[in-house]
Structures are given as structure tokens and as C-alpha cells.
Ligand binder design. Structure first.
Ligand code: F6R
Length: 245
């Protein structure tokens, strides 16, 4: 657990942890697991700086998103595919054809279940994720694994909690426009990544961070699975770390 004064420091330090993990990656190109939301934006900007400085080359890399909303039209600016095309592919030089995002466009349960299974297959085919970047929900969710999620879950359809829909309403015209469901990597899927890097800033994350890092390993705080992982780093600013003992 690394605690730093500001969110800018968090972005810089987390970028170093990611770079180190990518440098250790074996295989043809590194496999990067990508979170969306506000938390990793500074980290992505730092990684873009490393690309410009010649310290990072993602031209042969593959990216896997953590999750995707169900039911948004293709090309909607808040689909996580579009967000990652903007925030990661363009600035970091990750080829769009090697960006994988769960397919949330299915209209039936069967289609969505098949898309989730296909996503697991693609991750396995790529050799697994080398470095998984993570944020944490104010309710302790990881990916969109809301409280109560099985600790061994795989990619699947989940209903978003009212808290998460409320928190994410800032990206939409209002809370009612936030989709009700998503396809998310499971906690078991996340745990399979070889390195986990969680970034969190600000006081709204303090309670979730304390529960995740110092509470019991429990489905009531999905991010507590980090305690189970042999190579997990949480990079926090002081505001997010205030409830740690
Ligand atoms: C996003 C994701 C979520 C976010 C979390 C925090 O892909 O899986 O777990 O990391 O909701 O969101 P922000 O960073 O916007 O506070």
C-alpha cells in the first residue's frame, strides 16, 4: 500500500508500478487490463507521457476492459469501448483492433451470456492479463462486481446497484440514463491477472479502501479480494487513506 500526498503523485507512482509490470511481461506483446471511470485518467496520462518519452511501447500490446454497460447504442460516447478508444488507444498507441471490451449489445440473456463466455475465452487465448489497472467504487465494487459478488466469479451480466448508478450519473444526462446492467469481468477473472494496480483518490473512497485493505476478505466488499493476490499494489492519496489504521 503506497500513500502519497496528491492524486497527481498517485498517477505518477502507479505509472511506475505499471511500467515495471509490463517490462516483466513475457510473450509477443504485453496484455494490459483497463479500468474506466475517473480514477485511472491521470495514470493513463502518465503512461501516455512514457510513450512519448520512448519508455513504453504498446504497439504490440493487447488491452482488455474490465467491464461494459449493457444496452447503450454502439458508438455512444459513454460506452467503455468509446471511452477507452479516447483515453487509451489514441494517446497510448494501443491498436484499436487489439482493444477488447465485453460485448454489452446483446438483446437477450442468451446473447449476453455467450458474450461473457467469449470474453473469458479471449483473455485466455491472449495468455492472461499481465497488469490489471483497477479503480474502486465507493461501495467497494471492483470492476462492476457489486457487493455480494462471488469471490470466484467469472465474466457475467450484473445488475448495477443504485449507488453505482447514482455515482456514474455524472457521465450521463441524469441517473435514469445510466444503464441498469453491465457485463463485467468476475472477481476470479481479475484475480487471474499477474499484477494488480489499484488507484484511489479523494475522501469518498476512504471507507471502501479501509474495508478493502484492512477489513475481512468478504463478498460484502468485493475489492477485499486484493488481499488474496500475491502481487497487488494499492496507490492512494492521503484523502483516500484516512480510514486506514
Ligand atoms: C470501471 C470500473 C469501476 C470503477 C469504479 C470507480 O471500469 O470497473 O470499478 O473503477 O466505479 O470509478 P471512478 O474512478 O469513476 O470513481
Amino acid at each position: 500500500v503506497l500513500v502519497l500526498p496528491t492524486s497527481a503523485d498517485v498517477a505518477r507512482r502507479a505509472a511506475e508500478v505499471v511500467l515495471e509490470g509490463l517490462a516483466a511481461a513475457r510473450g509477443a506483446g504485453p496484455v494490459l487490463g483497463l479500468a474506466t471511470g475517473s480514477s485511472p485518467l491521470g495514470l493513463y496520462a502518465e503512461l501516455a507521457g512514457a510513450v512519448r518519452a520512448g519508455r513504453l511501447d504498446l504497439s504490440a500490446a493487447t488491452g482488455f476492459a474490465l467491464d461494459e454497460y449493457v444496452g447503450l447504442p454502439a458508438g455512444h460516447p459513454q460506452t467503455y469501448r468509446e471511452v477507452l478508444l479516447r483515453e487509451v488507444c489514441a494517446p497510448l498507441g494501443l491498436a484499436p483492433e487489439r482493444l477488447h471490451v465485453p460485448d454489452g449489445s446483446g438483446r437477450t440473456e442468451q446473447e449476453l451470456v455467450a458474450a461473457a463466455a467469449e470474453y473469458e475465452r479471449l483473455i485466455t487465448e491472449a495468455g492472461g492479463v499481465d497488469v490489471q489497472i483497477l479503480g474502486i467504487g465507493a461501495n467497494g465494487h471492483l470492476g462492476f462486481n457489486e457487493p455480494g459478488s462471488s469471490l470466484s466469479s467469472r465474466t457475467r451480466v450484473k445488475r448495477l446497484s443504485d449507488r453505482t448508478r447514482h455515482d456514474n450519473a455524472r457521465f450521463f444526462d441524469g441517473p435514469d440514463d445510466v444503464p441498469t446492467h453491465c457485463v463485467t469481468q468476475g472477481l476470479g477473472t481479475v484475480l487471474d491477472a499477474r499484477r494488480l494496480v489499484l488507484v484511489a483518490s479523494g475522501p469518498t473512497k476512504a471507507a471502501a479502501i479501509a474495508a478493502a485493505l484492512e477489513g475481512p476478505l468478504s463478498a460484502s466488499c468485493p475489492a477485499s479480494v486484493l488481499q488474496w493476490h500475491p502481487d497487488a499494489t494499492a496507490v492512494l492519496d492521503e484523502a483516500a487513506a484516512t480510514q486506514l489504521r
